[in-house]
Design a protein around this ligand. Structure first.
Ligand code: 5AD
Ligand code: SF4
Length: 469
C-alpha cells in the first residue's frame, strides 16, 4: 500500500498543535493528521505556544460552530505576528468542514492562514506543508480521485483514554440530503472502506492496546464494503468478522440513519456480546410533516417500529438521539409531537439543537423560518425533558451491577474511572492494576452525568441484565 516516503534523515521533532471541533469523525481525522505529520518529524504539543504548526480541524454543521473557528483564527493571528516579530515562524492550517465549505472565503478573510484543506485531502499534508514553507498559500478542497486511506501511514494509534478505546472510520459522506444538513456537501458522496482494510486497522488497534472500538461514519449503518470473499458485506456482517478479533471486547458504531437499520444489523445486536447495548439513532423530529420536509425518508411510526424491533432483539438496549427544534414551518403542534415521541421512546442520552440555516441546504431559504425566541423556548422545554430522562436512566442503574471498562485513574487518589456499556463514566475505589480490565461494578451513586460504585463481590453474568430507558 503506498504511503508517503519518509525523509532520509529523521528531521528534528517539530511541535504540532491540533484543535478539534465537531463530531467523532473529526476527532479521528485529527489523529490521522498527527500520524501523517509524524512522518515529517512533527510531534504533538499541548499548547499553541510550543507549536510550529497549528491545525484547526473545524465543523460546519451549525452557524455557532463556524463562528468559533473565526474567533480562534483571530487569536492565532496575534500569536503568529508575535512569533514573526521575534524572528520565528508559526504556520496555520485550517482543515475540516469549514475549510471545505468556505475555503475561498477564508482565503480572502484570513490571508494569514497558510494551508486550507478539506477532509478528503489530508493525506497530502506533507506536500502541502512543503509548498507553504516555500511561501505558497495552499488551498486543497477538491474531492481527489485517490482514496486517502490508501495513503495514510498504516497504523492508527488508539487515542481514547489510556489508549484503551479507539475510533475507526469505516464510512464517509452521505447521499441522504436531509434538507437541514451540510454534510453531503462538505464530506461528499457516501464511501465505504473495504472490509479487509477495516479489519486490518482494527487488528492493529487491538494489538496496540485497544479493547473497545467505535466504528465511525456519517451514515455508518449504510456501510457496504468490498469483502475478502469477493462479495459486498453489510455492517452486520462486518461486525461478525470484527467480533472474531481476539482481545476486542467492545464494539460500537455511530452515527446511524433509521432507514439503514437492516435485519442483519439488528441480529448482530442480538447475537454478538461484543456489540454494546447502546445505540445512537437520530430521529430529528416527532412530527411526520416535519420529517417529510426534512427529507428524512422515514415516518414517526417507522422509527417507533424500529425501536421495538431493536428492543425485542436486545432487551437491555438503551438509545440516544439527535433532535432539531425550530425547523422551518415547525408549529407548536409539530413540536408537541416531538415531545410526545421522546416520552414514548425514553432516551438514555440525547443531543438537541435549535435549527440553524446553513448556506446551500434545502431548508435554508424557506420563508417560514421559526423566530429565534420560539426556537429557544422549545429547546429549553425539550432539554428539560431529555435531561430528566438521562437522570432517570442513571438513577435506574442504582443497585445494578454493570460491566465497566477501566480506562485510568479517577479524580481522587485511590480512585479509578471507567465506562459502562452505556458510556456512562463511573468512579470506583481501586488501583492502577485494574486499568484495561472489564470488571463488574455495583452502582451506588447516580448523577446526571456520571455514576459511582464499587467492585462487585458476587458472581456476575456479563452485560446481560436488562436496563431500558
Ligand atoms: N441545524 C441544527 N442542527 C443540525 N444538525 C445538523 N444540521 C443542523 C442544522 N442545520 C444536527 C442534527 C444532526 C446532528 C449531528 O446535528 O441533529 O444529527
Ligand atoms: Fe446530514 Fe441527513 Fe446525511 Fe445525517 S443522514 S449526515 S443528517 S444529510
Amino acid at each position: 500500500m503506498p504511503s508517503p516516503a519518509p525523509d532520509k534523515a529523521p528531521p528534528a521533532p517539530r511541535g504540532l498543535h491540533v484543535m478539534t471541533w465537531g463530531c467523532q469523525m473529526n476527532a479521528y481525522d485529527s489523529g490521522r493528521m498527527v500520524d501523517v505529520l509524524a512522518t515529517q518529524g512533527f510531534h504533538e504539543v499541548a499548547s499553541p505556544d510550543q507549536a510550529e504548526l497549528i491545525i484547526l480541524n473545524t465543523c460546519h454543521i451549525r452557524e455557532r460552530a463556524t463562528e468559533k473557528v473565526f474567533s480562534e483564527l483571530g487569536r492565532l493571528h496575534g500569536l503568529k505576528r508575535q512569533r514573526q516579530a521575534a524572528g520565528g515562524r508559526l504556520m496555520i492550517a485550517l482543515a475540516g468542514c469549514v475549510a471545505q465549505a468556505e475555503g475561498e472565503i477564508i482565503r480572502a478573510r484570513a490571508p494569514y492562514v497558510d494551508i486550507v484543506l478539506g477532509p478528503q485531502t489530508y493525506h497530502r499534508l506533507p506536500a502541502m506543508l512543503r509548498r507553504a514553507e516555500a511561501g505558497e498559500r495552499v488551498i486543497e478542497t477538491e474531492f481527489p480521485p485517490e482514496d486517502k486511506f490508501d495513503y495514510l501511514p498504516g497504523e492508527a494509534a488508539p487515542r481514547g483514554p489510556g489508549g484503551l478505546t479507539a475510533f475507526l472510520s469505516i464510512q464517509e459522506g452521505c447521499d441522504k440530503f436531509c434538507s437541514f444538513c451540510v454534510v453531503p456537501y462538505t464530506r461528499g458522496a457516501e464511501f465505504s472502506r473495504p472490509a479487509a482494510a477495516v479489519l486490518a486497522e482494527a487488528r492493529g488497534l487491538v494489538a496496540r492496546g485497544a479493547r473497545e472500538i467505535t466504528l465511525l461514519g456519517q451514515n455508518v449503518n449504510a456501510w457496504h464494503g468490498a469483502a475478502p470473499d469477493g462479495t459486498s458485506w453489510n455492517l452486520g456482517r462486518l461486525m461478525r468478522a470484527l467480533a472474531g478479533i481476539d482481545g476486542l471486547s467492545r464494539i460500537r458504531y455511530t452515527t446511524s440513519h433509521p432507514s439503514d437499520m437492516d435485519d442483519d444489523l439488528i441480529a448482530a445486536h442480538r447475537d454478538l456480546p461484543q456489540v454494546m447495548p447502546y445505540l445512537h439513532l437520530p430521529v430529528q423530529s416527532g412530527s411526520d410533516k416535519v420529517l417529510a420536509e426534512m427529507n428524512r425518508r422515514h415516518t414517526r411510526a417507522a422509527y417507533m417500529r424500529l425501536v421495538a424491533r431493536l428492543r425485542a432483539a436486545r432487551p437491555d438496549l438503551a438509545l440516544s438521539t439527535d433532535i432539531i427544534v425550530g425547523f422551518p414551518g415547525e408549529t407548536d403542534r409539530d413540536f408537541a409531537d416531538t415531545l410526545d415521541l421522546v416520552r414514548e421512546v425514553g432516551f438514555a442520552q440525547s443531543y438537541s439543537f435549535a435549527y440553524s440555516a446553513r448556506p446551500g441546504t434545502g431548508a435554508a431559504t424557506r420563508a417560514d423560518q421559526v423566530p429565534d425566541p420560539v426556537k429557544h423556548e422549545r429547546l429549553q422545554a425539550l432539554q428539560a425533558l431529555l435531561f430528566a430522562q438521562q437522570a432517570d436512566f442513571n438513577a435506574r442503574c442504582l443497585g445494578r451491577t454493570l460491566d465497566v471498562l477501566i480506562v485510568g485513574p479517577g479524580r481522587r487518589p485511590g480512585q479509578m474511572s471507567g465506562r459502562t456499556p452505556y458510556l456512562q463514566p463511573v468512579h470506583l475505589p481501586g488501583g492502577p492494576d485494574l486499568t484495561g480490565r472489564i470488571v463488574p461494578v455495583t452502582i451506588e451513586d447516580a448523577r446526571t452525568n456520571s455514576l459511582g460504585g464499587r467492585l462487585a463481590v458476587r458472581p456476575h453474568t456479563p452485560e446481560q441484565e436488562p436496563v431500558s430507558a
